[in-house]
Design a protein around this ligand. Sequence first.
Ligand SMILES: [Zn+2]
Length: 263
Amino acid sequence: MGKSVRVCFGILAVLLAPLLSGCLGVDKITDLGLNRGIPGGLTLACLDDSVYTSMVVEVDYHPGYKPETSSTNMLQERLDSVCDKPQGIEILLTETTFSNDEIWTANDVRETGWDEKSSNPRDDSTLYWQVIFPAGTYEDSSVLGVAVDASTVAMFKDSIDDAENIFRRPSAEKIENSVLVHEFGHLLGLVNLVYTSPVEHEDSEHPGHSNNEDSVMYWAIESASISNFFSNELPTEFDIDDKQDLIGLADGSISCTDQLWRP
Ligand SMILES: [Zn+2]
């Protein structure tokens, strides 16, 4: 039984791997076994308040890599606007010296993220999501941020700084703002990661991403070429289709797969 399930997941992971490249690092078969889930695996836990009434976003940053206050404030606001957490959403900042300051794989991010978690992602009535801000770059250095499982994100500030063009339009701070919200959008299952939207707004050439350049889930938000697509203002909000998807998932009118928890 166990064996056939693993084989089945294996085939699934192999099929998904080429589709979910870029900022979605979900190509490791074994993680399904560890129940860390895939990005979007805790979507319902975030959208529903029947058990998880509060939420903590743990932010662990390498010395010198503290996120901009504007980024964490914006993330808190965006999560607040879509998640149902009557007891509130808290951002918990911790300076942490990571041993790796060079090249990060999806697995490195996952292992380090889980080492730094102060709690299981689901603890009593609190949902814990985590982001690390390490030194160094992702194995594909054009990736600015990555969501690697149901509760873990990494943000690569060195690459974000490099993505800023000489005109600082957009600035590294603005890029960080948008990429952080974008990666947590993946933890919310956007776009079509754990459901199929009734509206066609997933970019056909960039699975898991929006085709609307006014959505923070637009595909170019993940990449170092970001300043080629935007001369100043970057999207920082989920668009109407993203929001409608989340509303449909919350009220059950859109069915949701791969959940670690269901109401
Ligand atoms: Zn992305």
